[in-house]
Structures are given as structure tokens and as C-alpha cells.
Design a protein around this ligand. Structure first.
Ligand code: ATP
Ligand code: MG
Length: 300
């Protein structure tokens, strides 16, 4: 089973307006609702690829109901801890002449509720994959990922971490199967501008030494490079098409890579499927659908 963790999921309410005037009543020209969160994005793309996953995390109130029902409709096994108090977030994205976002904080998560999540991870077995993606919300203790990894450490689980800065570094000791920094995240990790391929390769070697097994560096419109555990370096380009939005392209790439590896154990194919999903999301409004992924896979 593939498990994804989304500590602070949301409903993203995207409103389109011709013009947004602060301090006035504005009327939308179009509205959309998406279920948001990096772990959930991974689950959604896995579902498009025909792969089951279990989405873990915390939900609360009526927004929490909407998140769980929406995921179930997509065929994703939603196994969230229901919080006793509060309401899961609704993040507002305003798309007018410019784009603005208002993101909520999310409900408070008590230590006892976090302990319930830890118990849930006892279901994770040898050969399973767990994806820890995104930052830790203020309402959860900073060492949340470490506590989860400590709990499953001895079980030979494939750990995937898509996080930034110190949070990623602290996870490396648990020998994650995959990390996927982008160029900016790599620069933040090493405290300097990382751009040349030689420099990227140096950074990947350092991350291997610290414990990462496969380092997938995504370079947005320039593709991606996989520094694999087998010592080989694999490269992937992009196809040219109209970019509609790159939010979630990285999460899509993570999902495609995991699905590819699950099916074939072949790094070149895993990277290719990852790239197809990343590209397809960049060329889609929201996350990619399976038709788009298959089309891009044929063009890569
Ligand atoms: N403009 C683009 N054109 C084509 N493919 C793209 C583009 N941007 C991203 N991709 C695809 O998606 C992959 C991941 O993108 P990127 O490096 O932007 O991830 P990211 O910054 O982690 O994104 P996020 O965290 O928002 O999900 C790229 O390696 C590429 O395959
Ligand atoms: Mg990312």
C-alpha cells in the first residue's frame, strides 16, 4: 500500500474575477473547488494512474467532511484522524489581474490526537511506501515527521520526503527512498545559488552521504535529473506545450515516480512516468488527468 500524509489538508476555493477591487463587493466570473495538500496531490495522481493509496492526516468539521468525501469519490482511501474541535481550512485563491492567496491556519491538533496518528502508522508494513510531503503546520510539533519515521524505522518501508530546509535534513537519517528537491530548495539547503549541473551533482552526492537513497532534482521547465541509488544518473526533458499552471507539478512527479517504481523497479521508467505526470500537470488546469498523462508519456 502507498500511504500519503497531509497534516493540514484544505479545500481550495478558486475565484476568477475580471478585476479585484479591495474594499468593494466583487463578483466572480467563475468559481472552482479543489481538495488541497501536497500528500493529497500525490494520492490524486496515483488514482489517475490506477493505483490505490491511503491518505492519512487530520480533518475537522464540515470542510473535513467535504475533503474526505471528495477523496472517496476519487477512489482514494481516506483514513484521517477526525479532530474534535475546529474546521479544516478553506484557502481562497483570487485570480484577477494578478493572483492573490489567503491561506488559513487550520484546526488545532492536540498531542493526544497526534498520538492517534502515530498509532495509525502501525498499519504501514514492510514493502509499503509512505509519502511525507509539505511543511509542518504551526499546530503540530516540529518533529512530527521524525516521530513518524522513528515509529516505522525498523519496518523496511519506502520513505518519500518532499520537504524543505531543516525538515528535509532531519529526515535523511532515516534513509528515505526518495527525496525531490527543486532547484530553489537545493539552494536553500546548501546556503548558496545552485544552478550548474556539476554543482547539482555535487549537492546530490552530499545528500546521498547524509542518507538519501534516490535524489530526484526537479528543474521546472528544464526537466529533472535523478541521482539514483544504483550510482547512475538519469535525465528527463520536457515536452513543449502551453503551460497552464505549475502548482503541484512536483507532487505529480513524485506520484509518477512512485507508481513507475512500484510497477517496474526500473529507475529510467520511473523517472519517465514521473516526468510525464509533472509535465501533464503543468499543461493542465489543476492536477493532470490520466488522458493527458498518457498523451505526454507518448511524447517524452
Ligand atoms: N513549465 C513546465 N513545462 C513542462 N514541464 C514542467 C514545467 N514545470 C514543471 N514541469 C514538470 O514538472 C516537474 C516538477 O516541476 P518543478 O520542478 O516545478 O516542481 P516543484 O517546484 O517541486 O513543484 P510543486 O512543489 O509546486 O509541486 C519538472 O521536472 C517537469 O517534469
Ligand atoms: Mg515541490
Amino acid at each position: 500500500m502507498i500511504y500519503t500524509l497531509t497534516l493540514n489538508p484544505s479545500i481550495d476555493y478558486v475565484v476568477h474575477l475580471d478585476r479585484f477591487v479591495s474594499g468593494m463587493t466583487n463578483r466572480t466570473t467563475d468559481e472552482e473547488f479543489f481538495i488541497g495538500g501536497k500528500g493529497i496531490n500525490v494520492s490524486c495522481i496515483l488514482a489517475e494512474l490506477g493505483m490505490n493509496s491511503t491518505a492519512l492526516g487530520f480533518t475537522a468539521g464540515f470542510v473535513g467532511d467535504a475533503i474526505e468525501n471528495g477523496l472517496r469519490e476519487m477512489g482514494i482511501h481516506a483514513d484521517f484522524i477526525r479532530l474534535r474541535e475546529g474546521i479544516s481550512r478553506i484557502n481562497v485563491k483570487i485570480k484577477a489581474e494578478s493572483e492573490s492567496e489567503i491561506n488559513g491556519q487550520g484546526p488545532h491538533i492536540s498531542e493526544e490526537e497526534f498520538a492517534r496518528l502515530l498509532s495509525k502508522t502501525d498499519a504501514v508494513r514492510e514493502g509499503d511506501t509512505i509519502v511525507l510531503a509539505g511543511s509542518i503546520p504551526k499546530t503540530v510539533s516540529e518533529d512530527a515527521y521524525e516521530r513518524i519515521l522513528q515509529r516505522i524505522e525498523w519496518r523496511n518501508v519506502r520513505i518519500v520526503v518532499d520537504a524543505t530546509k531543516n525538515l528535509l535534513l532531519t529526515c535523511l537519517a532515516y534513509r528515505p527512498f526518495l527525496i525531490k528537491p527543486n532547484r530553489q530548495e537545493l539552494s536553500e539547503l546548501f546556503g548558496r545559488e545552485v544552478s550548474s549541473e556539476n554543482d547539482i551533482a555535487y549537492c546530490a552526492r552530499e545528500l546521498h552521504k547524509k542518507g538519501a537513497r534516490n535524489v530526484l532534482v526537479s528543474l521546472g521547465g528544464d526537466g529533472a535529473i535523478l541521482f539514483a541509488e544504483d550510482g547512475n544518473v538519469y535525465r528527463s526533458g520536457v515536452v513543449r506545450d502551453r503551460v497552464l499552471g505549475t502548482v503541484g507539478a512536483g507532487d505529480s512527479m513524485v506520484a509518477g515516480f512512485i507508481a513507475g517504481y512500484e510497477r517496474t523497479r526500473d529507475y529510467a521508467y520511473s523517472l519517465k512516468l514521473g516526468a510525464a505526470c509533472g509535465n501533464a500537470t503543468a499543461f493542465s488546469d489543476g492536477l493532470a488527468k490520466k488522458e493527458k498523462i498518457n498523451e505526454i508519456l507518448g511524447r517524452l
